[in-house]
Ligand binder design. Structure first.
Ligand code: FMN
Length: 343
């Protein structure tokens, strides 16, 4: 029904409007008492074999919703009923910010892909924290944190620390996001010196808490092998929990969509099927280089059971989806879960 009825309707709308429309409808529906149990029956799949413990946290299944879909922590309870094992909210920044000018989200239908240059549009970390305080589900939640656009890189650490402190009570793990291509200069924080400084400071703060949270680093799929080597070294040195691989890519190679259309869209991060291989390659490389010393959350182009299995075989312990969820619909998480149990 999703592919034949809902998707054509949504794809008739501007991509960002469709996202807002779906969010609105879900909120409306979930105010009706029996809707939750209907969705749960339709989309949740529970099985003890799916449970996985990573970084000291037990996830009821390994399929999570990737960052960016629920930037303001509005959908956590709803996403549990759609079969996700965890939800990563954000990226949030200390102060609310509007993000880049619209249009900033584009579909590449022949490629089952998206290009976005949202630019960390969000209502600020305080709003997200307030929402999480009243969440009803027990689903595990990650807090993906970033810096405001107008915060210079020299001051970026202050932004990450601010967000960490505000979210600490309400999330189960943190993600330090330095890999979005849509905040000018952000990815320079992936370089060895600044990254080590940033993660050391976050870890110091974390260690001083009553119950330190696992901290993951989210990386781009466009890093060189030398940069990946540095990342492995820094993760081991700073003893953060692990890595999320990967964010969107700035590459535009091997696309079916006409080059003129791609050019017209302009800058942004490409997600979905075209990033699948690059992301798997990064996971495999890190896994091998680190001899499996830390967990990797695999994300990038997963849209099927086969794709999920490929990421796990490459070395991921947990998975996340975003673009596949748009193209495949609300049954994706449970379909993957069923497929994993069967194998
Ligand atoms: C519209 C959109 C917004 C995103 N926003 C964020 C974000 O705020 N923070 C982040 O870490 N990743 C963000 N991402 C990246 C996704 O979390 C994910 O890493 C990437 O899209 C690759 O996975 P996919 O191919 O399953 O979409 C965003 C992706 C999309 C498509």
């Amino acid at each position: 029904m999703y592919k034949h009825l809902v998707l054509p309707l949504l794809f008739n709308m501007n991509a960002e409007k469709a996202h807002g429309f779906v969010t609105g409808i879900l909120h409306f529906l979930f105010r009706i008492p029996f809707i939750k149990s209907i969705f749960k029956r339709l989309y949740s799949f529970e099985h003890p074999a799916l449970a996985v413990t990573v970084a000291g946290l037990t996830f009821k299944n390994p399929v999570g919703l990737a960052a960016g879909f629920d930037k303001n922590a509005e959908l956590v309870d709803i996403m549990e009923t759609l079969g996700f094992g965890f939800v990563e909210i954000g990226t949030v920044t200390p102060r609310p910010q509007p993000g880049n000018e619209k249009p900033r989200l584009f579909r590449l239908k022949p490629d089952k892909a998206l290009i976005n240059r949202m630019g960390f549009n969000n209502r600020g970390v305080e709003v997200a924290a307030a929402r999480l305080k009243y969440r009803q589900s027990s689903i595990l939640v990650g807090g993906n944190i970033g810096k405001n656009k107008d915060t210079p890189n020299e001051k970026a650490l202050d932004d990450y620390i601010y967000c960490f402190n505000k979210l600490y009570d309400f999330v189960d793990y943190f993600v330090v996001n330095v890999s979005s291509p849509n905040t000018p200069g952000l990815r320079e924080l992936q370089e060895k010196g600044p990254l080590k400084q940033l993660l050391t400071a976050v870890q110091q703060l974390n260690a001083a808490q009553p119950a330190p949270r696992p901290v993951f680093l989210k990386i781009a799929p466009d890093l060189t092998m030398a940069q990946l080597d540095d990342i492995v070294e820094i993760v081991l040195e700073t003893k953060i929990a692990g890595v999320i691989a990967t964010n969107t890519t700035i590459s535009r190679s091997n696309l079916k969509t006409a080059a003129s259309a791609i050019e017209e869209i302009g800058a942004g991060g490409l997600s979905g099927a075209p990033v699948e291989q690059a992301s798997t390659d990064v996971i495999r490389y890190i896994r091998e280089k680190s001899s499996g010393a830390f967990p990797i959350i695999g994300v990038g182009g997963i849209s099927s059971v086969a794709g999920a299995k490929t990421k796990l075989a490459a070395g991921a312990s947990l998975l996340q989806v975003y673009t596949g969820f748009i193209y495949e619909g609300p049954g994706l998480a449970s379909r993957i879960c069923k497929g994993l149990v069967k194998s």
